[in-house]
Design a protein around this ligand. Structure first.
Ligand code: ATP
Ligand code: MG
Length: 444
């Protein structure tokens, strides 16, 4: 196994000082899978104060010291080094009441969540894998270390970690582990919303999110209650060939693997049950559901402590996920003026994802959204005047012949509308002439 030079040096230093040291957890798992680890965690027999002594020439950050972790800034790179430890009793299904250091690597590995995360590696000693992690990696299995019931009751976040690894790595969850997840789902209410949000977001961006959503609908409904009514909800609409929850799972997976898009698709139809009406032909309609979904999404994102920026972006995608799409330059210019290219891009992606999760006859609409987006990219690249800011005149110019009043703003927005529709060139003389006409017409 290849490990970075500076990590090797850290292991060597600890060993030369008489301690044992390994890389452990996610980095070993990822390396065995042929993926590039995003960081390296080190576990060692050295106590935190020993580690600090060994790296006395480096800057040390003590934030995790209560749990035996010191961060060493080694040659400018922060590396977490944690003493072998076992976790004490859990009374709050969140974090251990205490941790105890141990001298045995196997004990440290036994406190970890899944077999695939319970492997340590040292260049001289090779792999330490007491729970069959390598076998589970080869077979693509997520399995708790020890008794799943106990492991999930200790720490409920592990439920979402299991689903996240299943979605991101494309692994199946072993039966006993899956049964314990279902058994303990209600404990997720005790996990901080920030941690739920962080795991949920990563889970949604995984390649197998649809399968995981279909296997554990009740877990998703536990963290996002509006999903509950959507499970098995028949849409009685010619546009749809799956229930509302399955449609949602399909739309999530069809969206670009990026938090805002995947979250937006998770929320896009949550307003449907509240907006149902039945047509004369017995078909269901859901007028106004996009706006209702925006409200629900907003509430959930606030609870989950999303950033305002992400929440605003998702609100806009959900609000417009259902608008009629055209491919005429006039439509595109108007849409760009209203949304800007970045949000319009999001909105078109939401259309493609949504339509690809509907009945077959809807599929050609994906092509319409794709063409609209293509055209929008071309038009946006020419940097046309589509906002008041880029209009060749401003309110100041109008004040030369008009008193300050609301009329100024109204005239400017009429001018912008005409420029956007290419009825008027974005040139000062033409704009002023048209502004005078509008002012005269107004005063009559
Ligand atoms: P990634 O970094 O991609 O999220 P990871 O497996 O490295 O994956 P971390 O949160 O960085 O996840 O945790 C590092 C290691 O610590 C894990 O591999 C696992 O061995 C252990 N671990 C993390 N969280 C838990 C938990 N809630 N319960 C038990 N062990 C855990
Ligand atoms: Mg990690």
């Amino acid at each position: 196994m290849e490990i970075p030079y500076h990590i090797n040096e850290i292991l060597n230093r600890l060993e030369e000082a008489g301690y044992r040291a390994y890389i452990v957890g996610g980095c070993v798992r990822d390396s065995l899978m042929g993926l590039v680890p995003h960081d390296y965690d080190i576990t060692t027999s050295a106590l935190p104060e020993d580690t600090e002594r060994v790296f006395a020439d480096c800057r040390i950050i003590e934030t995790g010291i209560k749990h035996g972790t010191v961060t060493v800034l080694y040659k400018g790179i922060g590396v977490e080094i944690t003493t072998f430890r076992v976790d004490g009793e859990y009374t709050d299904s969140r974090r251990p009441d205490s941790v105890t250091f141990t001298d045995r690597i196997e004990e440290d590995l036994s406190r970890r969540d899944f077999t695939i995360n319970g492997i340590a590696y040292n260049p001289e000693k090779g792999l330490t894998d007491p729970f069959g992690g390598q076998q589970d990696i080869s077979a693509g299995v997520i399995r708790c270390i020890g008794d799943p019931e106990r492991r999930f009751s200790e720490d409920s976040l592990r439920i979402l970690r299991a689903l996240r690894f299943s979605s991101v790595l494309g692994f199946v969850i072993e039966n006993n582990t899956a049964a314990a997840i279902r058994e303990h789902k209600a404990d997720l209410d005790n996990v901080s919303r920030e941690r739920v949000f962080s795991e949920l977001t990563r889970l949604l961006c995984g390649k197998d999110v649809r399968r995981v959503m279909m296997e554990f609908p009740e877990v998703f409904a536990q963290i996002l209650p509006p999903l509950k009514a959507m499970i098995g909800y028949e849409q009685c609409s010619k546009y749809h060939n799956s229930d509302l929850y399955e449609h949602t799972a399909r739309a999530v997976e069809a969206a670009p693997a990026e938090p805002a898009m995947r979250l937006a698709m998770l929320f896009h139809d949550m307003g449907k049950p509240a907006c149902k009406s039945v047509g004369e032909d017995g078909q269901f309609h859901f007028y106004g559901h996009a706006e209702e979904s925006v409200k629900i999404a907003d509430g959930l994102l606030r609870e989950l402590k999303s950033s305002n920026e992400l929440r605003e972006r998702i609100r806009e995608i959900v609000r417009y996920h259902d608008i009629p799409v055209e491919t005429s330059p006039k439509y595109i210019r108007r849409a760009l003026s209203k949304h800007g290219i970045e949000r319009f891009r999001d909105i078109m992606y939401s259309h493609m994802a949504d339509d690809s999760a509907k009945a077959d006859f809807v599929l050609p609409r994906i092509e319409t959204a794709r063409r609209a987006l293509e055209l929008a990219e071309e038009i946006a690249a020419q940097k046309p005047c589509l906002t008041l800011k880029s209009l060749a005149i401003s309110g100041r110019d109008l004040l030369e012949f008009l008193p300050p009043s609301r009329q100024i703003g109204e005239i400017l927005s009429t001018l912008l509308g005409e420029v956007v529709e290419e009825k008027l060139p974005n040139e000062k003389t033409a704009l002023l002439k048209r502004a005078r006409e509008l002012a005269a017409a107004n005063s009559q």
